[in-house]
Design a binder for this molecule. Structure first.
Ligand SMILES: [Zn+2]
Length: 248
C-alpha cells in the first residue's frame, strides 16, 4: 500500500509561471488520488491508472507549500499518503514575508483559499500595502500587544478576488483598509471593546453570531476614521448593519 509524489522533486523550487504538473505512482489497490496543499486546500482529485497518477495545478501566489498526495482504495478508504515541500517563486516582486508591523506579515492578509481555488491574483499594489501597514500600526499591533495573538480571517481583496467572492465594490477590504479578525486568547467582543476604547478607527463591525459573541470583528483604519461601531446581522438572507454602542 503505497503512493508517491515523483514530480516535482522533493523540495523543488519552482517559478509560478506555468501550471505545475504533479506525477507519481501508486500500488495497485489505490484507485483514487487526492492532492492537498497545507492540509487545507484540495488541489484536485484523479483516478490512478496502472499504478500511475497525474494532476496539474496553477498556483497564483508564491510561498512554501506542503503538498500531500492521498491514495484511496475501492472502498474509499484512505490507505496511503506521501508528502512533498514546494517553494514557489511568485513572478510578482511583492515579498509576502514583509513585516507590516512587529507581529504581522503581508501574507496573513493576502493568502486566500478562494483566490487559490478560483486562480485569481490577490497581489496588493504598493499603495494598498501602505494601507495594510496603517491598519496594523494603528489598530492590529496595539490590540495584539494588549490582548495576545490575532487571527486574520480575511484581509486584502484585489479587484479580481472581490468580484469573485461577490464583495461590494466599495468594501474596505478592497483597498487594504480592513481585516476580519478573531482573537486567539480572548473573546471577539473583548477585541471590539478594546479597539473602541483605545484606538482611532473607521469602523468596528461585530459580525453575526450574538452580541456577546460575534463570529468575527471587522476592523478598519482609513483617513476618515469615522469611529462607527456597527453590528451585522442576517435578516431573511440579507445582511443588515445597525449602529450600536459596545457595553461591557
Ligand atoms: Zn470585513
Amino acid at each position: 500500500m503505497q503512493i508517491t509524489i515523483d514530480k516535482p522533486q522533493k523540495d523543488a523550487e519552482l517559478e509560478l509561471e506555468d501550471a505545475i504538473l504533479f506525477e507519481g505512482t501508486t500500488s495497485t489497490n489505490i484507485v483514487r488520488v487526492e492532492l492537498w496543499a497545507d492540509d487545507r486546500w484540495l488541489l484536485g482529485k484523479t483516478s490512478a491508472n496502472n499504478g500511475k497518477w497525474s494532476l496539474t495545478y496553477d498556483f497564483n501566489s508564491g510561498g512554501t507549500r506542503r503538498i500531500v498526495a492521498k491514495g484511496f482504495d475501492a472502498n474509499n478508504q484512505l490507505i496511503a499518503s506521501d508528502d512533498n515541500w514546494l517553494f514557489l517563486n511568485a513572478l510578482t516582486k511583492v515579498n509576502l514575508d514583509m513585516n507590516l508591523s512587529e507581529n504581522f506579515q503581508l501574507w496573513e492578509f493576502v493568502i486566500s483559499p478562494t483566490s487559490d481555488l478560483l486562480r485569481v491574483d490577490n497581489t496588493p499594489t504598493p499603495g494598498e500595502i501602505q494601507n495594510l501597514k496603517r491598519l496594523c500600526q494603528q489598530i492590529l499591533q496595539p490590540a495584539r500587544d494588549a490582548l495576545g495573538p490575532l487571527k486574520i480571517n480575511s484581509g486584502f481583496r484585489s479587484e479580481e478576488l472581490n468580484k469573485a467572492v461577490g464583495g461590494v465594490s466599495n468594501s474596505a477590504h478592497r483597498q487594504g483598509f480592513a481585516a476580519d479578525v478573531v482573537p486567539v486568547k480572548v473573546g471577539t467582543k473583548q477585541l471590539a471593546k478594546w479597539v473602541n476604547d483605545n484606538r482611532e478607527f473607521d469602523q468596528i463591525i461585530l459580525e453575526f453570531g450574538t452580541l456577546d459573541n460575534p463570529r468575527w470583528i471587522h476592523l478598519s483604519a482609513e483617513p476618515r476614521n469615522r469611529k462607527q461601531v456597527l453590528r451585522a446581522v442576517s435578516i431573511s438572507g440579507s445582511t443588515v448593519y445597525r449602529n450600536i454602542q459596545i457595553s461591557t
